[in-house]
Design a protein around this ligand. Sequence first.
Ligand SMILES: O=C(O)C1=C[C@@H](OP(=O)(O)O)[C@@H](O)[C@H](O)C1
Ligand SMILES: C=C(OP(=O)(O)O)C(=O)O
Length: 434
Amino acid sequence: MSTDVTIVPSSVQGTVRAPPSKSYTHRAILAAGYAGDTTVRDALWSADTQATARAVTAFGGALERRDDGTLEVEGFDGRPEVPTDVIDCGNSGTTIRLVSGAAALADGTTVLTGDESLRSRPQGPLLEAITDLGGEATSTRENGQAPLVVTGPLAGGSVSIPGDVSSQFITSLLMAGAVTDQGIEIDLETALKSAPYVDITLEVLEAFGVDARQTDTGFAVEGGQSYDPVGGEYAVPGDFSSISYPLAAGAIAGEDGVRIEGAHPSAQGDTAIVEIVERMGADVDWDRGAGTVDVTAALLEGITVDVEDTPDLLPTIATLGAVADGETRITNAEHVRYKETDRVSAMAEELGTMGVETTEEHDSLTIHGDESRLEGATVSGRDDHRIIMALALAGLVADGETTVEGADHVDVSYPGFFSSLEELGVDLERQESG
Ligand SMILES: O=C(O)C1=C[C@@H](OP(=O)(O)O)[C@@H](O)[C@H](O)C1
Ligand SMILES: C=C(OP(=O)(O)O)C(=O)O
């Protein structure tokens, strides 16, 4: 059973709280798994982070969740057990990649799989790196995609890996490398895309007392370290990829202003959304100390945005571009095609159904705002949380109602997304579908 959501064009007003960061929560849960006992505060409990929690349990850890969002994690102390069953990573790229590194530490074989989308995403460079470092890692179909079979233990050493497929390979190796005998030195074969996500990793590792660093040619982590968070606790900050949706809603339909709470600074590259919305002409004020962002709608102008560091913002920016006057060019977007869906095509096609003119190139998407008139339509959410949320935003200002099919997939990163829209005054209706 899935849920379709119909959005009636609405203005938005009021205050919403950002959900906790998905990227920080994944890392905190796995780092807590590598540690002894840890309290993870303000954890995001979504379909994706629950997949990482399942993996920690499969390796011999244990998790308990309190009503206030706190997770009590009993770790496996750097020595994952061989799981008794296949690990199902669901829809989560972060889980399958970070957990493959952990699996390579176990003295035996782990099998990892996921849903149809995850089984189509690239894992080859990570499998080769694990093999080069002394483990064994293969794809059952020999196509570099899950199901994956990973056998450890891995000793560590030096390895080279491309930087333009997924930064999650680097995160995986750094997190696992800290508890290998030799440590891991990573040389990047090509420039790193999604680089701020490795900064997030370094920030979380530091909070867990693990030393890892950027080098002239890549990254390095010493072996023989222990995960030991200061005071046995870690607190997750708010999620700026998720914040991008209420922020964009305010910029296009918030004439009386929208406030987002829980927006404290961190290593997240997606904080760039604040500046992007401001450059397009909205009135935005980010109080970093208070952790609030205030936004008021204005006539938006098309701009050029490079998403090399911020791939997850593409769907939000595409919708902003559909509302803005003039052209919005989203560049350096090739890696955005390797996500839950090919998001460059998905946004071009679904916005097209709503009457928006776009030009798609391999590594860019141009939205011709001036030639577009957003018309309400029935659109497919593509079973991709970010496509669903971006299309729902377009529905706020379309001419007529918009139905987003398969909208329940927002549970991957922002389970309360439609409730947040309702809190801001949006008129919407949920329908169960087949
Ligand atoms: O490490 C992370 O938490 C993430 C890294 C990024 O992926 P890539 O590094 O594959 O671009 C991003 O798109 C994803 O949503 C989360
Ligand atoms: C791409 C995403 O996540 P993941 O890689 O973990 O599936 C995302 O959240 O947009």
